[in-house]
Design a protein around this ligand. Sequence first.
Ligand code: ASP
Ligand code: MG
Length: 458
Amino acid sequence: MSPINSSTIVAKFGGTSVANFEAMSRCAQIILNNPEIRLVVVSASAGVTNLLVKLGNEVLSANEKESVLQQIRNIQNSILNDLGRPVKAQDVISQLIEQLAEIALHPLLITSTKLKDELLSFGERMSSVLFAEVINKISGQASAVAFDGRQVLKTDSSFAKAEPQLEATRKQANSLLKPLLKNKVVITQGFIGQDNFGNTTTLGRGGSDYSAALFAEAVDAFALQIWTDVTGIYTTDPRITDKARPIKEISFDEAAEMATFGAKILHPATLIPAIRSGVKVFVGSSLEPDAGGTWISKEVDYRPAYRAVALRNEQTLLTVKSPEMLHATGFLARVFAILAKHKLSVDLITTSEISVALTIDNPANTPIAGLVAACVKDLSSFCDVNVESELALVAVIGNHVEHNDGKQGGAGRIFSSLEDDQLRLICHGASEHNVCFLVKQENAKDIVRQIHDDLFSV
Ligand code: ASP
Ligand code: MG
């Protein structure tokens, strides 16, 4: 398929970037300043998805529901007011709110993942309508149009964590989206899709980045811009040390490690379509569009040994031992079959003949804790299982991080600032782009600060 226009840029604006009229106006200016931005993918206005989740997950009285609905209405109304209450947009928004209220009161909502996904879709559906309106107000002409992205982003029926169907998505993009992009700036929704039966699906929380990358792939875009509230990716979390520096460019490989192990700037799946289709990705702040940001692409000019130090808290370490498995085969297969059954994904792993230690990202207030407990129970039927929590994963990311070229690289240098008793597990070897290790969460920030200062102070 030949690109419609190899300079097409897809721009994604996150929840804080479309939080209100003022934020939307700033983003509209970014779009109007760059005629190559043809397709725009938006999140729900900040806070709206959380309110929708509340409606879907909590048992609320009618009054409580009404008060949550009112909070949602207020967010939309304040944008409509600042727009001067245009009749058409006002009508569309009130219809959407009516439909949303109806689902919120549906007796089966709490137990139906299908209804919950339908409910969650309203945040993006409303923000996209309002954002198109803001662009048109600022540009003084009807240059932008809201487009129902569910017509294009086709998925399977795994509600709450739907898998995109690439062929179908590309086909729909070719017939419905590409022709529109020639004349209009098209504003569509992140996060939501549609299955083969016409049901609304969602890609999982924070999924708009992923949607944007899927759209960029489907329209053969030249680049994807992710506009958020940080000026790109830093050498480490700037809240940990003021010596953190912005990274100008980073390779897909390194960025994929950052997305897996580091601060959650991008939804971890975002780079999959980008790598597959070679679309380069820019991450910048819509608050400071001129402050620059980070470019992520296949080819980069500079590949330093150390690029960044990433930290992820709330890790659970499972150590699974089975003396019976000495010289037997299939031990790891059995362990992983159980992990797969519970849909748990493993980040780090080290093994010995009869035991395996593995980490699971286990953030508080998510269903993962329940999955881990069920998995431990299953594993206990044939193994001794030890569970340790409150651990943190530190990842040093770069290029040939392990090589000591006598000047700068080397794993030894990474560990030199650590005390003997601070390391719980070390992992390296599968990728030349990271050295990962586990430490106690209470010490993690100090350790990251020390390593960062040591590796990045020139
Ligand atoms: N609105 C969705 C969420 O808050 C998706 C996104 O913003 O990426 O999770
Ligand atoms: Mg987001």
